[in-house]
Design a protein around this ligand. Structure first.
Ligand SMILES: Cc1ncc(COP(=O)(O)O)c(C=O)c1O
Length: 390
């Protein structure tokens, strides 16, 4: 298995590569996309073989018989995360933005608020806003260069009309892997304000050596009556295009409500997502993830070392995820100047911090899940366009 192979993704209907010019005006051929959260790597052979098997068979009918799929999920969660999942608690959605939207739709009414801890993955606000819900932005505190919860302040923001909170664990952006105490504090907060907690753990496999992700079910077993867990193979194995996610609901009453909405909206799994996930959640998949994290760890080291050389730039220490979160506030530059240098001069497409909500404004998010040659290229470009600061 090699992560060094550079695979040309132009003209493959890739959002990250083929929309870069249109959205950022960063030219094809010259640009380096570090925005959309997918990786430049092929998934493990077990996933490729499954797709090949489907193509060889050549019949793409309706999916049925999910026993192997449910068993694979239970195996993965037990083996990789020490979490016992009951197969009947698992729903399959069309990804986790869809899962979040389904939870908001099922568990809240339009007059109720949705609580987000910002800066937060922009997909949450996008679906909450589109469904007409009020968003309550609870800003994370920046303490010694990394995010912490600011629960005493958040308590004062609650009005009694909020109904659901989305937790991102590990956190995107910022890469925090929350501790057991922090997770327990969130659970207590949700109990105090009577909130359903949707724990988006899509990045749970992508944690760096020395870090341990704790599933919310294990951190706070006392809140099963208000907890929705969300996981997926898509980030872990770079198969986001198959648009498949797991929404896992331990509580029977919540599960019945969710099942009713799934039924009402006519949602059923797509066979590509389910079969890829079944193949991925395997010992071979696990070995591939271990190798991936070792590779990403070195990318992280290289990228952080470069950012550390540029006065005024600070990269938040990534504990998990491949999404580096760089604070430009020390440069005193406006958002426009940051963009001019990074996009137009360096030719790098990133995600703007402001799109992640309150607190994100002075940041840019860089996706470092690329080949070593690409990350070196990115670092050289950044060093060059900020050379005047050094
Ligand atoms: C925290 C989080 N949730 C959900 C998603 C997207 O999930 P999906 O592609 O399954 O809709 C992302 C993508 O970056 C993410 O970071």
């Amino acid at each position: 298995m090699t992560f060094d192979e550079q695979i040309d993704r132009t003209d493959t209907h890739s959002q990250k590569w083929d929309m870069m010019e249109k959205i950022y005006n960063v030219p094809q051929g010259k640009g380096l996309p570090m925005w959309v959260a997918d990786m430049e790597f092929r998934p493990p052979a077990c996933v490729q073989n499954e797709i090949q098997k489907m193509a060889d068979h050549g019949i793409y009918g309706y999916f049925g018989d999910d026993r192997a799929y449910l068993q694979a999920i239970c195996w993965w969660m037990k083996n990789r995360h020490g979490w016992d999942v009951a197969p009947e608690a698992i729903f399959t959605t069309h990804g986790l933005v869809n899962g979040t939207a389904m939870c908001i739709d099922t568990f809240t009414t339009p007059d109720q608020g949705v609580v987000l801890m910002t800066p937060a993955y922009h997909g949450f606000a996008k679906v909450a806003r589109a469904s007409g819900r009020r968003i309550v932005e609870c800003e994370l505190a920046l303490v010694n260069g990394r995010y912490e919860f600011d629960i005493a302040k958040w308590d004062t923001q609650m009005t009694g009309t909020e109904r659901l909170m989305v937790l991102c664990s590990p956190h995107n952006p910022g890469g925090r892997v929350w501790s057991k105490d922090e997770l327990q504090a969130i659970a207590d907060f949700c109990v105090r304000h009577d909130l359903i907690l949707v724990s988006d753990e899509i990045h749970h496999d992508l944690v760096y050596p020395g870090q341990k992700h704790i599933p919310m079910t294990l951190a706070a077993p006392g809140i099963m009556d208000r907890l929705v867990m969300m996981t997926a193979t898509t980030k872990t194995f770079n198969i986001a295009g198959c648009h498949s996610g797991n929404v896992i609901i331990p509580d029977e009453a919540l599960r019945a409500k969710f099942a009713a909405r799934i039924l009402a909206l006519g949602i059923s799994p797509n066979s590509f997502g389910v079969r890829m996930a079944t193949a991925a959640y395997s010992p071979e998949g696990a070995e591939w993830v271990d190798a991936l994290m070792a590779y990403l760890d070195e990318n992280r080291r290289i990228f952080d070392a470069t950012i550390a050389e540029i006065p005024g730039l600070v990269s938040m220490p990534l504990e998990g995820t491949y999404l580096a979160w760089v604070d430009f506030s020390g440069t005193g530059m406006s958002a426009d100047e940051m963009r001019t240098r990074v996009e137009h001069q360096a030719g790098i497409a990133t995600n703007y911090g402001a799109t992640f909500g309150a607190g994100g404004e002075p940041f840019m998010r860089f996706n470092i899940a690329m080949t070593r040659a690409q990350i070196m290229d990115a670092c050289a470009r950044l060093r060059s366009v900020f050379a005047d600061l050094q």
